[in-house]
Design a protein around this ligand. Structure first.
Ligand code: B4P
Length: 185
């Protein structure tokens, strides 16, 4: 977890690689569907371009289908999911059904100014439609309103691992591995 631009996608790759499990990024799956022009992509694009969340039913169905795939049988890392209380409840159900358990919920802590500057920088490199200043602001509001309260939910379940997301990418990765008590190869 973490605000938009906290580095979830960036760090998810390293963690998943270490554990030999897939990193399931809802943002990446939506973007792949948008670029393939699938019906899911057409629907998701409307919300993403405005900085809004894609509706829970659509997102939940997509994640359910993805974790049913064989490569997720031994475990998986979720990047950018759950983002709403309804998604937390759905995930609880999915996990119970598949016999998995949540080992940890990682939260990357990065201040507001830093994330805006990262996203504006990414805009110049990748040109993502949701990385304009207005949309970034809206994404932050949606995050504060819908996702930040989930941090407390996972804190109460003693699953939350908070990591400072400031600094070089490698430094953040090291902090994550230290916090998870993992020795990287
Ligand atoms: P995401 O793809 O999850 O977008 P994000 O929050 O911007 O990404 P992230 O935090 O992963 O940032 P990144 O590592 O790329 O979601 C996009 C949209 O999809 C949402 O707004 C929503 O519409 C939809 N969506 C996704 N999941 C959903 C859900 N569950 N429910 C409903 N809707 C959903 O890092 C950002 C930039 O910072 C990069 O350029 C990176 O290179 C840079 N960076 C990373 N770490 C850095 C560091 N340590 N120092 C400097 N720069 C760094």
């Amino acid at each position: 977890m973490g605000p938009p631009g906290a580095g979830k996608g960036t760090q998810a790759k390293y963690i998943a690689e270490h554990f030999g499990i897939p990193a399931i990024s809802t943002g990446d799956i939506f973007r792949a569907n948008v670029s393939d022009g699938t019906p899911l992509g057409v629907e998701a694009k409307r919300y993403m371009d405005a900085g809004e969340y894609v509706p829970d039913e659509v997102t939940n169905r997509m994640v359910r289908n993805r974790i049913d795939e064989p490569d997720a049988a031994e475990g998986f890392l979720l990047d950018g999911y759950p983002r709403t209380l309804a998604q937390v409840e759905e995930l609880d159900g999915m996990i119970k059904f598949t016999g998995h358990q949540l080992d940890a919920v990682l939260s990357l802590v990065v201040d507001k100014d830093e994330v805006v500057s990262r996203l504006l920088q990414r805009a110049q490199i990748e040109g993502r439609a949701d990385d304009t200043e207005d949309v970034i602001r809206r994404r932050q509001e949606v995050y504060l309103d819908q996702t930040e309260p989930l941090i407390q939910v996972y804190k109460e379940r003693s699953l939350l691992v908070e990591v400072d997301g400031l600094g070089e990418v490698e430094e953040v990765t090291k902090r994550i591995f230290d916090a998870l008590d993992v020795v990287p190869e």
